[in-house]
Design a protein around this ligand. Structure first.
Ligand code: ZN
Length: 134
């Protein structure tokens, strides 16, 4: 799967964002190792604190559809510069894919690429992250 295809899916997902308060729409498309793509868009709430980012919507959809392993995620915004996932999303993504590739893009096609371990070094991990206890 080419990055450009994943970006296109994230762009399309962005159109479904619910962002009446910030007007800052974000779309994400997450590629699972299975080859399936799970998209998400930010969903805001009048309380603000209950808002969920596009990246977390995408990974929660994937997890609840039985996926566990991931390759890369594209995140698209309408800004002059691409935007990286927030700290909360970095931590949630690292639970499942500490070396996830992250492609940040804007609507004009400008892209920046990172690895999750680069954006979230020394991520919090469960103390019992021994595979035999999972
Ligand atoms: Zn976030």
């Amino acid at each position: 799967m080419k990055d450009s295809e994943l970006i296109k899916k994230a762009k399309r997902a962005r159109e479904r964002a619910y962002a009446p308060y910030s007007k800052f729409k974000v779309g994400a498309a997450l590629l699972a190792k299975s080859g399936k793509i799970y998209t998400g868009a930010n969903v805001e709430n009048a309380t603000f604190g209950l808002t969920v980012c596009a990246e977390r919507v995408a990974i929660f959809r994937a997890i609840t559809n039985g996926e566990k392993y991931f390759v890369k995620i594209a995140v698209v915004v309408d800004k002059d510069e691409p935007v990286t996932p927030c700290g909360a999303c970095r931590q949630v993504l690292s639970e499942f894919a500490s070396n996830l590739k992250i492609i940040c893009a804007n609507l004009e096609g400008k892209t920046e690429r990172y690895s999750l371990s680069e954006l979230l070094p020394e991520a919090f991990e469960k103390f019992d992250k021994d595979p035999s206890t999972d």
